[in-house]
Design a protein around this ligand. Structure first.
Ligand code: IVH
Length: 702
């Protein structure tokens, strides 16, 4: 377990400059960065979920991040990018299977998590229909199956093709695999329409999942994590015989492309038609004529969710009338006539086997629960952080307790608390160890600080975590050098600081069991390449407390090299725009430590570049100035304009204040910004003026 990467500790000047009501304006730098971060994370989660069938986070986390991104994009439309996960319904199809284009896209469904959300959806639906004079909607309520969506095509009653959803437009051809699913007929019951595409969810029955895992255990093989991923993995097999052995199943929920199918008035009629053709239609689908009843359906499903032989993660409420659906239409991502009512995060109980303490890079000692593995929210949890001494005391969890575990609103599983009725009579409160479990040094906890630390900088755990952090993605980005490998290298005595990585030799690594030439070479290549990382990344990798990416970049740009930073006086460091007193002090104290200076010296001797500064050649014409952009520019996207300002040392906050140096105005500018600029006498520039400002730092007001 490692410490979280450092964040810039101080409030950014942008935050102080921004007015929350500034709807149409340029997004503040924080919003741009957050949107970028959300896009990156959601894309990563999509790929993990859809392509590798291994979700990285529980659905609740995914959904809340998606909602946050949608809200940001709604507020600042310039943040929408064509490849934003909000613009797509899933992940791109994998090259392993032939692509299948869906004649009618397979859309997603918007989510709500409570009654309020459901009622708000109902209000929108009812209003639209009332405005069209279309009368009251009826609702068809279904479980929300936690499987994977497929589209199955019959021509003249004969099964011809099955495809996964993919990105909603293009999926993967899984025809032979789906053909093995027993409940899916090879030939429909007559009468046969020319074309019938039925869409629905493939799932693995829980009973099947459990007996599969029993077989795996009996064969001494690793077990599967959950039915959804197992179903996905089973479907996307090159060999359909493997799919067949997994006994998957299917529930229908919709029609895709059709020809020669009767015209239906309601979704209920469609389901009846599908059932008559021999396709699986769930008997617990219900039609209700008011939203309160639909809400009760959702609550009922929630209450009885574990009584089913398949996993559901919510209920879906859809408008029943097809003419109503047509009136409501769809966004590019989801129909307006359906809403998924997602269940709250799952809670499970399990045995707390032990409480242990891990030591992070900064020496922080974090207690964590060692749990009897339990499947919660789609993945197996065997450890959960307990944060610090006070948290353990507050929750009063003890080894031997049965505890409630939840994965909610966060990637990290959480121990909610003990089930007191099940506490063993001889249990004792847990107490924090006095000594570091890693090096034996007495631990320290300062007054007013919730955290406990190992003060020994040479503590092997700290060293290991520090090296792993140096190699991590936010720092030197050395692929293949994760915590386990670092642990091996440190315990084998090959590495005791980050600089030692650069003297690793192939023969040292080849001596490890299971290490082959290929992996050794690729690790050494990755280490070698990291010699040429930008200075800001190197600074991050050193793990200087409080120094985040923004501060590191500011230092790199101002001083140009690590040597210059080390030689700078505390005043010079503190004078850098974006470096507050806390960061400055931490930087100075880091470089005054002889051990740290020695590591830097070794890094340089190992050929690690200490002077690569991105955008170094740009004159810092806007150093310390804030320039607000509003409206659409011809030659710069909003992000580009902001990046151009930032690259020249400036800032681009979301609103105008008396500290604003200039306001750049494009097409359709925000009126509030313009009038505020006029009121405050802030120079207003057009695009040509902006270009001149970037080049010279001069505005017409100068
Ligand atoms: S209807 C356009 N009905 O949820 C409507 N989908 O978030 C889309 N899902 O891709 C399909 N249960 O995989 C529908 N009763 C249900 C569903 C359901 C689960 C899945 C489906 C879809 C995803 C959308």
């Amino acid at each position: 377990m490692s410490d979280t990467p450092p964040q810039d500790a101080e409030t950014t000047p942008e935050a102080a400059d921004r007015s929350p009501s500034d709807r149409e304006g340029a997004p503040p730098a924080e919003a741009v960065a957050r949107a970028e971060e959300l896009r990156r994370r959601l894309t990563e989660y999509n790929i993990a979920y859809f392509e590798r069938d291994q979700p990285l986070v529980p659905d609740a986390v995914y959904d809340s991040l998606m909602r946050e991104l949608q809200a940001l994009e709604a507020r600042y439309p310039s943040l929408v990018t064509p490849d934003s996960p909000t613009q797509r319904a899933g992940a791109p199809a994998s090259p392993l299977f032939a692509p299948v284009e869906h004649a009618i896209p397979m859309l997603s469904i918007d989510n709500v998590t409570d009654r309020e959300g459901l009622m708000a959806w109902h209000e929108r639906v009812a209003r639209t229909l009332a405005e069209a004079g279309a009368g009251e909607p009826e609702f068809i309520c279904e479980p929300k199956y936690d499987g994977l969506a497929v589209s199955i095509r019959y021509e003249k009653g004969v099964y011809v093709q099955a495809a996964t959803r993919g990105d909603g437009r293009v999926g993967e051809d899984v025809t032979p695999n789906v053909a093995t699913i027993e409940v899916i007929p090879g030939v429909l019951r007559p009468p046969h329409p020319d074309v019938l595409e039925v869409r629905g969810e493939v799932y693995m029955p829980i009973s099947e999942f459990e007996s599969l895992n029993e077989r795996m255990l009996a064969e001494g093989k690793p077990t599967f994590a959950n039915p959804r991923n197992t179903a996905a993995g089973s479907l996307r097999q090159k060999d359909p015989a493997v799919t067949a052995s997994r006994h998957l199943s299917f529930w229908s929920y919709q029609l895709g492309e059709t020809e020669g199918v009767p015209t239906f008035a309601t979704a209920r009629e469609t389901f009846d038609y599908l059932a008559e053709r021999g396709l699986p239609v769930n008997p617990i689908i219900e039609v209700h004529d008011d939203i309160e009843a639909a809400h009760r359906y959702c609550l009922d499903r929630q209450e009885h969710r574990y009584e089913l032989d398949y996993d559901i993660d919510g209920a879906v409420v859809k408008v029943n009338g097809l003419a109503h659906r047509a009136l409501l239409g769809a966004t590019s991502k989801a129909p307006r006539w359906a809403i998924a009512y997602k269940f709250p995060p799952e809670e499970k109980t399990t045995l707390l086997k032990d409480i242990m303490v891990s030591i992070g890079r900064t020496g922080r000692a974090t207690p964590f629960a060692v749990l009897e593995p339990v499947n919660v929210g789609g993945s197996t949890v065997s450890m959960a952080t307990l944060h610090n001494e006070d948290q353990v005391r507050l929750k009063d969890v003890r080894p031997g307790d049965t505890v409630i575990v939840r994965k909610a609103g966060d990637v990290i599983p959480e121990v909610v608390g003990p089930v007191l009725e099940l506490r063993p009579p001889d249990s004792r409160p847990w107490s924090f160890p006095r000594n570091c479990p890693c090096c034996g040094t007495p631990l320290v906890r300062h007054e007013g600080d919730a955290n406990t630390y190992c003060p020994n900088p040479a503590c092997p755990c700290r060293v290991e975590q520090g090296i792993a952090y140096f190699a991590g993605r936010s720092a030197m980005d050395i692929e293949g050098l994760g915590e386990e490998t670092v642990h091996l290298l440190v315990t084998e005595g090959l590495v005791s600081d980050p600089a030692d990585l650069y003297s690793l030799r192939a023969e040292d690594l080849l001596a490890f069991r299971g290490w082959k030439e290929k992996s050794v070479n690729s690790l050494l290549r990755a280490i070698d390449e990291s010699r040429n990382r930008p200075l800001a990344r190197l600074l991050i990798g050193l793990g200087i407390e409080h120094l985040g990416p923004t501060g590191a970049e500011a230092l790199a740009r101002r001083f140009g090299s690590l040597e210059a930073i080390m030689e700078a006086s505390p005043e010079e460091i503190a004078a850098v725009e974006g470096i507050g007193p806390v960061i400055a002090e931490s930087v100075v104290s880091y470089f005054s430590d002889p051990h740290n200076r020695e590591v830097v010296h070794k890094l340089k001797a190992a050929g690690v570049r200490t002077d690569i500064v991105e955008n170094a050649d740009l004159p810092q014409t806007l150093a310390g100035r804030s320039v607000v952009v509003t409206g659409t520019l011809e030659n710069f996207s909003r992000e580009e304009a902001e990046a151009a300002i930032k690259a020249r040392g400036g800032r681009s906050p979301g609103s105008v204040s008396k500290r604003t140096f200039a306001v750049v105005v494009g097409e359709n500018p925000g009126e509030s910004k313009l009038s505020k600029a006029r009121d405050l006498g802030v120079p207003i520039l057009d695009e040509a003026g902006f270009v001149r400002l970037l080049e010279t730092g001069e505005s017409p007001g100068d």
